[in-house]
Design a protein around this ligand. Structure first.
Ligand code: FMN
Length: 199
């Protein structure tokens, strides 16, 4: 089973990337034979969607095809998204525009939001409202918010990280893996030719 972890910060060496690495390790502790694809949108610097994408030139050639292929082969997703200006990041929104070939379609996704302070709720409500129509991603009904993210260091958390958070993360990752495995048969009845976009 393949899980993709997408870090949607605009900053290299970000807190989101740090959390993605932690989640990668946690997933492997739960199921050691997982194939995990981690992508940091800050490192890949994908341009905003434009109609040039159709031409398949430059970044829209091998670079994009490899990303799209990895996402297409995934059975579930984790999107690690920081709150910027009370919103999901533009990089997070952009990936949903770029993935127009069913990469996410009818597969479970977990939103993990991060904030250096007490924010983090806004990207979740925004993504739950607007990211699924054409991608058909299925956000699972659990999410994680990591507040005071700089203090989140497994084994040596700061005082502002609640002691229950590690257990909650573990529980939600287990759920995501169960959704990913149980939702596989759904994809046999998907008709993207006639119903590729949502209403
Ligand atoms: C452009 C920008 C806007 C931000 N706006 C918010 C915000 O609205 N709410 C919040 O809780 N944190 C905000 N922050 C602080 C981020 O939560 C903090 O920088 C966090 O580490 C960002 O994650 P990253 O390191 O993965 O980019 C903002 C940070 C940046 C760079």
């Amino acid at each position: 089973m393949k899980i993709s972890i997408i870090s949607a910060s605009h900053r290299t060496k970000s807190q989101s990337k740090k959390i993605s690495n932690v989640l990668n390790n946690n997933l492997l502790s739960l199921q050691s034979d997982l194939d995990i694809y981690e992508i940091d949108l800050a490192d890949t610097s994908l341009p905003l969607w434009s109609s040039d994408k159709k031409k398949g030139e430059g970044v829209w050639g091998d670079t994009w095809n490899s990303i799209s292929d990895n996402l297409s082969k995934s059975d579930g997703f984790i999107l690690v998204v920081p709150e910027y200006g009370g919103m999901a990041t533009p990089a997070a929104k952009n990936i949903f525009l770029l993935c127009g070939s069913g990469e996410f379609a009818h597969k479970p996704g977990l939103i993990v939001s991060v904030s250096s302070g007490n924010g983090g709720a806004n990207p979740i409500s925004e993504l739950r409202m607007s990211s699924y129509k054409n991608t058909h991603i299925m956000w699972i009904p659990e999410n994680i918010i990591i507040r005071n993210v700089e203090e989140f260091n497994p084994g040596a958390h700061g005082n502002n990280i609640p002691e229950w958070l590690d257990n909650r993360i573990d529980y939600v990752l287990k759920l995501l893996l169960a959704y990913a495995s149980n939702m596989k048969p759904l994809r046999e009845i998907i008709n993207r030719k006639d119903f590729g976009n949502g209403m």
